[in-house]
Write a protein that binds this ligand. Structure first.
Ligand SMILES: Cc1ncc(COP(=O)(O)O)c(C=O)c1O
Length: 382
């Protein structure tokens, strides 16, 4: 009998809800992916590069042309000059980037602070490295850092803090003042950061994303992770990147070269071309997704769900206490899917210990207008 290294891990709720949506014919607003395609020119570029013979291993650190484009984007967006050669690594998705950063840093006995709720890959990555996650709940209702609890959670064994802004599942954003406070808290301690910024371009209402890349002190000890999948509507491409100071990048690359060696070549070629030709693409993302958020929320205003509009990401949390206070959120997500034809994700799955009486589910609004209208109609009828 094999003794599992991850005894608490089963099939994720994202797979289960997507399967249930298919089985029941429900609209799938559960898993975080668009039901529309990425830009045609980007998709066509992949075919062109495959036909042109760009089908062998890419350089381990990523295609130079793509790293140059990422460096240029970082300079435009956050005013930081990073070395495309020594500070940017292209990976097969942000999840793999996070995994490699964790393996590069964490040893048996190390503690890693994660904020609850959080993306589900963090904890298994830490466990496989022999570390232990210390879960610090974000303060409700705004999902803000609870500084007292964070301070209390720090120990001599704390080696890493994993941040995520814009935050999945809440859409909450970290502020410059919070980054300053974090810098003060960890100054002089041997603590690193992974800043998961895969939704960096999905920030609404005129607010600007506050990146760790723009924070001089924190960047010196950070791995900043992003995902082309999210920014170019191609989640199935599983292509992302990590930006870190040279010494940290060197350690990350040692792991990455034995986990995958490199990311998929023709996808990197296509992304490099598209980024060079369409630097405006990422600048248009806030408006593009804000229109979807507002359409969905305006339509839901006629429902019995209550909510505050998401400040970022393509997720909208809704409180269903006025509808089925008797159901926990897992039961609610299943009931919504089976009885009302709209699949959602229960928020408790993002927690180690969900707060009692949590009555929140998450909808993904990265959907066509028609899907959002149909979903809202079903949800308003409840
Ligand atoms: C917070 C967060 N981090 C990382 C990822 C993974 O990104 P990728 O698909 O590039 O691995 C996701 C995807 O849902 C996410 O929500």
């Amino acid at each position: 009998m094999i003794i599992s290294k991850l005894p608490n891990v089963g099939t994720t709720i994202f797979t289960r809800m997507s399967q249930l949506a298919v089985e029941t014919g429900a609209l799938n607003l559960s898993q975080g992916f668009p039901d529309f395609d990425g830009p045609l020119a980007l998709r066509e570029a992949v075919g062109r590069h495959i036909a042109a013979g760009h089908n062998q291993y890419a350089p381990m650190t990523g295609l130079p042309a793509l790293r140059e484009q990422v460096a240029a984007k970082i300079a435009r967006s956050y005013g930081r000059t990073v070395s495309a050669d020594n500070e940017i690594t292209i990976t097969p998705g942000a999840t793999q980037a996070i995994f490699c950063a964790v393996q590069a840093l964490i040893r048996a006995g190390d503690e890693v602070i994660v904020f609850g709720p959080c993306y589900d890959s963090y904890e298994p990555s830490v466990e496989l490295a022999g570390g232990r996650c210390v879960h610090v709940p974000l303060a409700l209702p705004d999902f803000a850092i609870d500084w007292q609890r964070l301070n209390d959670a720090l120990s001599v064994n704390t080696r890493l803090i994993i941040l995520n802004s814009p935050h999945n599942p809440s859409g909450a954003l970290i502020s410059k003042a919070e980054l300053d406070q974090l810098a003060e808290l960890i100054r002089g301690r041997d603590i690193y950061l992974i800043s998961d910024e895969v939704y960096e371009h999905l920030v609404f209402d005129g607010t600007k994303h506050v990146s760790v890349l723009a924070h001089e002190e924190l960047y010196q000890r950070a791995f900043v992770v992003s995902s082309f999948g999210k920014s170019y509507h191609v989640t199935g491409w599983k292509t992302g990147y990590v930006v870190a100071p040279p010494a940290l990048s060197a350690e990350l690359r040692k792991v990455h070269q034995y986990v995958s060696f490199c990311a998929v070549t023709p996808l990197q070629c296509a992304l490099a071309d598209y980024m060079a030709e369409h630097p405006e693409h990422v600048e248009n993302l806030p408006g593009f997704y804000q229109a979807k958020r507002d359409l969905f929320c305006d339509l839901l205003a006629g429902s019995r769900f209550s909510f505050t509009r998401a400040a970022g990401t393509f997720f909208q949390l809704v409180d269903y206490s006025a509808i089925r206070p008797d159901l926990d959120d897992l039961a609610m997500a299943e009931w919504l899917t089976r009885a009302h034809g709209v699949a959602a994700i229960p928020v408790s799955v993002f927690y180690q210990q969900p707060p009692k009486e949590l009555r929140l589910v998450r909808f993904c609004f990265a959907k066509r207008e028609e899907t959002l209208r149909q979903a809202a109609e079903k949800l308003c009828a409840i």
